[in-house]
Design a protein around this ligand. Sequence first.
Ligand code: UD1
Ligand code: CA
Length: 460
Amino acid sequence: MSRNIAVILAAGKGVRMRSELPKVMHKVANLPMITHVVRAARAAGVDNIVVVTGHGREQLMESLAGEGLAFVVQEQQLGTGHALMQAGGLAGPDDTIMVLCGDTPLLRGDTLKNLLAYHHQTGAVATVLTTRVKNPAGYGRIVRDQSGRLERIVEDKDASPEIKAIDEINSGMYCFQAGPVFAALQDIEPVNAQGEYYLTDVLPLFLAQGLPVEVLLHPDEEELYGVNDRIQLAYAERVLRRRKNHDLMTGGVTIMDPATTFIDVDVRIGMDTVILPFTIIAGDTTIGSNCTIGPGSHIIDSSLGNNVVVENSKLLECQVDDDCTIGPFAYLRPQAVLKRGAKVGDFVEIKKSTIGEKSKVPHLAYVGDALVGTGVNIGAGTITCNYDGRNKHVTVIEDGAFIGSNTNLVAPVRIGKNATTGAGSTITKEVPDEALGVERARQKNISDWAKRKNSPDDAS
Ligand code: UD1
Ligand code: CA
């Protein structure tokens, strides 16, 4: 049975990035560029994906491990034709090879689906995806004959001024019949300005043999954009962000200022949620409907319910149920869980703790490794002393407890149901249900202290 196989060329160094990191590993919208290309191939229904690696291949293979990709190595980067040759052993003669580059993160699945469909429908041995661009410098130019059929592709470095004037360019994406392309690759020669084996040189060979070659002109130049340096990387970033914001707004999310809002591609947000400026929502994050997020918030790998308010806060790997309010200036760290209607206010840090329904930690507190029941109030300045220098210990605060301001809860410790701690207490022992735990010296008043303090008799 013939298969569709995507071969992603990614062995090049990407010199212009000026980086230790392989070019295709640089991130756009928080995902390596090559991951966007892999996703586009998958979205087009292509599940056999081969990556041609070379420079930085250990890093590349490690970061893409577990994604179900096959890898081949191109030891020396002798050109795009030579790169594709390395994948020859993985294909049967009747397979279709879709060649992609690892540095085109703006590519969409639908475009590749069209390319494959067109290639199969015309029965061509090769189909080249092209587009017209405002500035064709650097690209291979599409040279057509008088009848408009493709004649050859001329690289910028090999082009005469007349050819440089052509604005239709080679996207570097193609479909080929495997048998003919791997045969033709044996016959190309590195005779050009760069001394490389150009993949594009198989096309005139096909034409000379009378084999049909097709061109599919894509209307959207932006989508085929290739990233070669960090300025182009920033451009791709902006495009992907804009697309994501558009999708969310179309889906009923208000984004007050898309220019200062950064939302990763996998983030899901419900209807009527409002995102205020200077907000970053990253990774695998879900936000429900009717929430207000921002301004100035940073939410990473977290899950938020409906009607949640987050103001000027950072949330990392946490879970927030419906109707909670957070901030301003709260820091929720991994495994913070806020149950329905909980409130975490200003300058509060929560780590690996559950805050029960309708419980409040309104100001200036640290709650770590704690289980807090429902309807609890934790006073300002309260600290769970969860770390003894070696181990972390758990604080349990039962339903309805009232923790007085500036309480130190030295873990492991339990505060019973409806119990109270006196303000300023350092609690080291269990406070039973309904009890008051207070630990501090009784207040003593010394009368006329101000006068005595200033008298010369006391100077000694
Ligand atoms: C190539 C095309 C050009 C096209 C452009 C689109 C050729 C000869 N030219 O030029 O017509 O307009 O892409 O962006 O094909 N690579 C390898 N091994 C190599 C060389 C390259 O894996 O030996 C990979 C690179 O990592 C990159 C891709 O192939 O992902 C394209 O290589 P690059 O050097 O950027 O080709 P261009 O000169 O841009
Ligand atoms: Ca390129």
